[in-house]
Design a protein around this ligand. Sequence first.
Ligand code: SAM
Length: 329
Amino acid sequence: MIDPFGRHVTYLRVSVTDRCDFRCVYCMSEDMTFLPKADVLTLEEIDRVCSAFVRKGVRKLRLTGGEPLVRRNIMGLFKLLGRHLETGELDELTLTTNGSQLAKYAAELKDAGVGRVNVSVDSLDADKFRKITRWGDLAKVMEGVRAARDAGLKVKINTVALKDVNEDEFDTLIRWCGDEGFDMTLIETMPMGDISHDRNDQYLPLSKVRKRLEKTWTLADIPYKSGGPARYVAIKETGRKLGFITPLTHNFCESCNRVRLTCTGTLYMCLGQNDKSDLRAPLRASESDHLLEAAIDEAIGRKPKGHDFVIDRDNRGPAVPRHMSVTGG
Ligand code: SAM
């Protein structure tokens, strides 16, 4: 699949549910309205869509959400999708999780062929962690992270950089990741969905963070690519990699290789644009996949050049109305 700007689309991210057992302050409001179950694709339908994408050249699948591990029988979907790893059609099957259920599922994920997992951890202070996630329990997440490592999964920690909230903890997080053998990625807050307070209060440009980190750590730019939008540095003191995802201070669209499927079967060709394509109707209209495949081709032909996220004093509302939990982070 090649889009109008010559970019090969080889990466599909799938939000398997809009539900989550956390309510992170930058992601959701506390009283979210979730989708009626009938609107949500069944696991078999998600497998059909993912498999169509794999046939069309997708080499990497990431399940996300909401929280992917709270979806009932989600391991059934991992096992189904794992068959594409066995045939060699797929290079990687992975997930992004808040870690709350990882202790339960780490071994099964490994058995299904998952090799790496991204776990979101914004603070190592239990009280602060609770404040950021509203409902999260840090001890459970730490148990999950350890279970993942013990099961032989590579762990990467994702941390959203939040002004005045966790900016004093980055050194601690980097040291912890170094001790545990985890890579880490810092993410700028993106203006997605109404969260019932002003995002300007949370926004912390990573260009500023990097300058600060350089006072403590020796950071060297490296060409490493994980298949995602992060730019990486090597940290000399810990021997680990640190990624920066900077949609606002540095646009990463020129190398974009991915599209995103929501749990209702809507395909978003860009995280930061509203254009979309409904794949559920062609999926349900026929038992064969030819309508679905035609709809995928048509959508890829409309992939936009880039997003236009802006956060400043004049742009306090969301750039796109949907929450990150709809398209997945
Ligand atoms: N529940 C899973 C988790 O916590 O990782 C997967 C879904 S979550 C939406 C994926 C990632 O998106 C998390 O790392 C989260 O911190 C991040 N995220 C959510 N809303 C965001 C926003 N507005 N800006 C930047 N990152 C965001």
